[in-house]
Ligand binder design. Structure first.
Ligand SMILES: Nc1nc2c(c(=O)[nH]1)N[C@H]1C(S)=C(S)[C@@H](COP(=O)(O)OP(=O)(O)OC[C@H]3O[C@@H](n4cnc5c(=O)[nH]c(N)nc54)[C@H](O)[C@@H]3O)O[C@H]1N2
Ligand SMILES: Nc1nc2c(c(=O)[nH]1)N[C@H]1C(S)=C(S)[C@@H](COP(=O)(O)OP(=O)(O)OC[C@H]3O[C@@H](n4cnc5c(=O)[nH]c(N)nc54)[C@H](O)[C@@H]3O)O[C@H]1N2
Ligand code: SF4
Ligand SMILES: [Mo]
Length: 757
């Protein structure tokens, strides 16, 4: 073997939000070996089985290597980059000129491992006057954002490493991870007699098997379950009154509402024994700290925003905040929500233009997107820019989304491969892969030490592809946002050093405030060329670092960051560029958590009247939405060992569960005369499929489950396309959604099963 084949290159796994540090060895452009990076600042060498398969992302049969333009007959033809950029810019400008920037909708901008491109995509959006955008977060976390916006105006996370009682609510970290070294942490809690693991899930997941308390809730009834738990805590005085008096405003109406909860009735509705709920309440009630992690199991089901609220009351009642083992807000270096959108005249829109759906965290609800297109309303969306996302597969009711894309005047997709969505677009622009450019995520949610990792390219871009910073900057320039004369002073200043550059950049933005919106492109063109080779795409982080240092100067300094030529933010940027293993960018003290809440009185505002009304009305709500025609509850899209959204397209990456079987309880299978491996007809109100069956005694009777990310088209050796497994959103519907946040009920789809024999 040559030396280069022996070299380990540091990067990250981008299959889930944990982004564990990995090292890869190359054989040409193939990843010949992969291992965890022991020096990585947050993952410390930890990886799961999926990371070992990353070569299936980097090397496969459907990598795009040239821009594509759709012809009138629907087929795609390759075009040059110059043609593609000029035509895409012209077509977008034409839609803007005819109908305004608000008629152009942006979707995506990042996935599980790549958020840097999205910063530059925002520059294109700003150049066009785009006002509406969304991404996958608006089909999971906007209910949470609604609640946290009212309680304390911050995003929070739990301290899983230290908490005494960890509660996982509709979250299966054994499979889905989501925090550093998830499996190690789960095992540690499970093995420690002084700590407890509580799991609330209808399925006895791997996480549930480790639990001290497993509440096998009836699907869709978590609101009853958590309300009963809270009511027991109030009834039995398991509440930290000192904390409530000192740190919480408006607690009285909350306590009063909880005192009205009919505990025994609610326990029955969620199908959990009263004694079990009491035992959990007692355990939480005597704990020094408790932290709750909610995820898709409740976010994509009935009453989801209400449950997001109720679960937070658990740790609020216990005062488990701003201390080790508790819940904490965190610093940020960038944002994955719509923070930057909707600038300009009239401020940020609060509802969508056609259906008036609520915009939360700057994102329009995913279930409303197609309806904002398929109408003759004058303010409908007429064009879409989609990046790093596969909404024709991942949004509810795929047929409706396909219809919406067909109705657009113009669409462009930026992706590494010809996805289900790309195949509906007018133009497809091929991006360099995540291992061929600098990348980073803004999923930086740790406290008191928060970490950021800029990964450097392992390979040169695949010929024919460009990295997103270059693609977007070319689009911004084709749209005429600035001229090369505008940038000349910055080029000169950049040659003199960072201090001169900072001064010149500040001057330009003061003179030409309209350029602030395309600042990322300006930085890429001017600061980018002065950065180490291959890292020009990191230029926008220079600005993000300044903002971060300005927001948390003491915490950045405490993290050991020394000021650079142009101040502390400049020093932070250099530290990020220099590190191969990630950096701690802020180090807070626990009591400073209160300063991170964006409320004037540094208090938690416990009462959310709209949700307290819902709590009072809960007794009248049905326990589920099944019927004689659709007697099962289908979880359409659970995370398994071998699912990774739609990041891998080659089905050959799976070592197990190749087809993505439909999991069903032994009793239900027997009643239908089904055996393992049988095919069954699965029907919902919107679609039907014929999955194979996996009989699994971890399933509750009446609950069935399909994995996410399946049903992608992929060519065999002859070029013939085939599809493995069920695409879940052929089975879901736009109307099944939360009435506050508009998040879909992917985990609660009424369904029918019919044996084929
Ligand atoms: N292996 C793998 N890991 C991933 C991903 C992946 O594709 N594959 N995707 C990543 C992404 S994008 C995300 S958002 C996260 C999601 O991570 P999770 O939310 O943990 O993933 P899910 O398996 O979809 O749902 C979690 C649990 O909800 C349960 N559930 C279903 N219905 C109900 C209910 O009514 N009540 C309750 N309490 N629970 C219910 C399911 O049984 C399941 O165990 O995972 C990330 N990690
Ligand atoms: N029924 C059902 N639907 C669901 C879910 C469910 O549980 N059930 N889960 C939902 C959730 S939580 C999520 S997060 C979404 C995920 O769904 P999406 O947000 O659509 O994202 P991914 O499937 O992760 O797709 C990532 C895309 O990025 C592309 N890509 C990879 N690398 C690059 C790159 O470097 N540059 C560019 N430009 N593109 C790149 C990939 O090819 C792929 O097309 O699905 C949601 N949909
Ligand atoms: S899939 Fe997630 S947990 Fe597994 S190695 Fe990749 S980033 Fe880490
Ligand atoms: Mo997600």
């Amino acid at each position: 073997m040559t030396d280069s084949a022996q070299t380990w290159h540091k990067t990250a796994c981008m299959l889930c939000e944990s982004n564990c540090g990995v090292e890869v060895r190359l054989d040409g452009r193939r990843f010949s070996r992969i291992r965890g990076n022991k020096d990585h600042v947050s993952s410390n060498g930890y990886i799961c089985e999926k990371a070992l398969r990353l070569d299936h992302y980097q090397n496969h049969r459907t990598r795009l290597t040239t821009p594509m333009r759709r012809r009138d007959d629907g087929a795609y033809e390759p075009v040059s980059w110059d043609t593609a950029i000029a035509e895409v810019a012209d077509r977008l400008a034409a839609v803007r000129d005819a109908h305004g920037g608000a008629s152009i909708f942006c979707y995506g901008g990042g996935g599980q491992g790549n958020h840097l491109g999205g910063v530059y995509g925002q520059a294109v959006a700003n150049a066009l006057g785009v006002r509406y955008r969304s991404n996958a977060i608006a089909q999971e976390k906007t209910g949470e954002a609604f609640v946290e916006g009212r309680l304390y105006r911050a995003h929070t996370r739990g301290d899983w490493e230290h908490t005494e009682v960890a509660v996982f609510l509709g979250k299966n970290p054994w499979n889905s991870h989501g925090f550093p070294e998830a499996r190690r942490v789960l095992r540690q809690i499970a093995n420690d007699p002084d700590r407890s693991l509580v799991v609330i899930d209808p399925r006895r997941t791997k996480t549930a098997e480790l639990a001290d308390h497993f509440l096998a809730v009836r699907p869709g009834t978590d609101a009853f379950c958590v309300a009963a738990l809270l009511a027991i805590m109030v009834r039995d005085d398991l509440v930290d009154w000192d904390f409530l008096h000192e740190r919480v405003a408006e607690i009285e109406p909350v306590i009063a509402a909880l005192a009205r909860v009919p505990i025994a009735d609610f326990a029955q509705r969620c199908d959990i024994a009263l004694e079990q709920l009491e035992a959990v309440a007692q355990r939480i009630g005597r704990a020094h700290s408790v932290a709750v992690y909610e995820d898709l199991g409740i976010e994509q089901g009935p009453h989801s925003t209400l449950v997001s609220y109720l679960q937070r009351l658990i740790w609020i009642l216990r005062g488990s905040f701003a201390k080790p083992g508790g819940i904490h807000p965190h610093s940020a270096i960038g944002s994955v929500t719509g923070g930057g959108s909707g600038r300009g005249r009239g401020g940020r829109p609060k509802v969508t233009p056609v259906t008036g759906a609520p915009i939360i965290a700057g994102l329009i609800p995913c279930n409303s997107i197609a309806e904002e297109v398929l109408t003759d309303h004058l303010d409908r969306f007429r064009a879409m820019i989609i990046e790093s996302s596969n909404p024709a597969h991942s949004l509810a009711d795929s047929p409706r989304f396909r219809e919406a894309m067909a109705a657009l005047e113009f669409s462009v997709v930026i992706d590494v491969t010809m996805t289900e969505t790309a195949r509906l677009a007018d133009y497809v622009l091929p991006a360099a892969s995540q291992f061929e450019k600098p990348e980073a995520v803004f999923f930086n949610f740790e406290f008191p030490d928060n970490v950021f990792y800029l990964r450097k390219p392992v390979l040169d871009p695949e010929p024919g592809t460009l990295a997103e910073p270059e693609i977007h900057t070319r689009l911004v320039e084709a749209l005429g946002a600035y001229t090369s004369e505008d940038l000349a002073p910055l080029h000169e200043a950049a040659a003199q050093g960072r201090a001169a550059f900072a001064a010149a950049y500040g001057e330009l933005m003061a003179d030409r405030p309209e350029l602030a919106g395309v600042g990322a492109a300006v930085l890429y063109r001017t600061l980018g060329p002065t950065l180490p080779e291959g890292l020009a795409g990191a230029a926008a982080l220079w600005f993000a670092s300044q903002m971060c240092a300005a927001a948390y100067p003491e915490a950045v300094a405490r993290a050991g960051i020394a000021p650079g030529e142009a101040g502390l933010g400049d020093g932070l940027f250099d530290a990020i560029l220099a590190s191969d293993d990630g950096v701690v960018f802020t180090r807070h003290l626990h009591e400073e958590a209160w300063d991170l809440l964006r409320v004037d009185d540094a208090k938690i505002h416990a009462a959310i009247p709209r949700l307290l009304e819902k709590l009072d009305a809960l007794g009248d709500a049905p326990v589920d939405h099944t019927s004689d025609a659709y007697p099962y509850v289908l979880s359409a899209g659970e995370r398994r060992s071998f699912t990774a959204n739609t990041i891998f397209r080659d089905p050959g990456w799976r070592k197990a569960d190749a087809e993505g079987a439909l999991a069903i309880s032994p009793g239900d299978a027997a009643a239908l005369g089904l055996e393992d491996g049988d095919r069954v007809r699965l029907t919902t109100a919107t679609g039907a499929a014929v999955p194979c069956v996996l009989i699994d005694d971890a399933m509750r009777s009446g609950h069935i489950s399909l994995p996410n990310g399946m049903g992608l088209d992929y060519p065999d050796e002859t070029g013939e396309h085939f599809r493995v497994g069920v695409a879940p959103n052929e089975l879901t519907a736009l109307e099944w959604k939360d009435d506050i946040a508009g998040t879909p009920w992917h985990k609660h789809v009424p369904a029918r099963l019919e044996p084929l024999r």
